[in-house]
Ligand binder design. Sequence first.
Ligand code: G6P
Length: 284
Amino acid sequence: MSLPLPDGATLSELAPGVTLLTLAHDRFDARLSLLGGQLLDYTRHGEPPLLYLSPAAVFQPGKAIRGGIPLCWPWFGAHPDDANAPAHGVARQQPWVLQQVMRDAAGFSVRLAGPRHGALEASLELRLDDAVELALTTRNHSSAPATLSAALHSYLALGDIDGATLTGLAGASYLDQLQGQLSRFGNEPLRFECEIDAIVYPEGPLTLHDAAWGRTVTLSTAGSASSVVWNPWIAKSARLADLPDDGYRHFVCVETANAGRDARRLAPGESHTLRTRLQAQPSR
Ligand SMILES: O=P(O)(O)OC[C@H]1O[C@H](O)[C@H](O)[C@@H](O)[C@@H]1O
């Protein structure tokens, strides 16, 4: 029996083996790929998109989709001891199972079951209304403790990288992944003027300010003490086949995470939820 879908929710095939859930609401439209359990876009009517989806993204089972909110799970970055394991874990290349779609006056709630990796099992809850909320839960089914790292790898769309800043990092420590160095931010907002790839340890919510579109996006998190800030800049954009050469101008990844020293140890039977809420607002 197929899953009952509320008004405004439809399933279709985006590409061979890639199922798409489209959500149409009076106030916004969104699309979610069951490959990767990945929100691809969310756009409030009359506003620019919240998320960047690369026009050169590849939609193919076994490949990660460049853009939206990929789920890095159950490890972030390179596997700690297997050089052949895929970067950012197994969740983003695998099909997730749609379990429930509900609609109310304000929006949609969606529940997905994710892949299992060893003793770890993932599930995802999404709430889409005036904001976007994701909760990625990991359960350890083993009788032994297990290590987890993860990220909600949101590609936040920008009108233009020029004039974009990130606030909420004053005095925060960070691991510069390009230099392999631990450092600390000063009090100035972070500007984007070159490649950046850092695991940051903020004390509170981060806000991305976009001068070109005159808006801010605030990320409120729970179950997380780290975020990853990434922009590939010019040379890396040119190297990435699934990103246009000027792609770096149109997004910054601000990824709510359990990464670096914020990786978690799950006791037998324990579960952990990594949560983020993305709220866009006009700049004041
Ligand atoms: O190209 P991907 O595997 O999707 O990774 C894209 C980026 O993801 C994160 O932000 C990492 O910190 C970066 O090191 C990586 O380059």
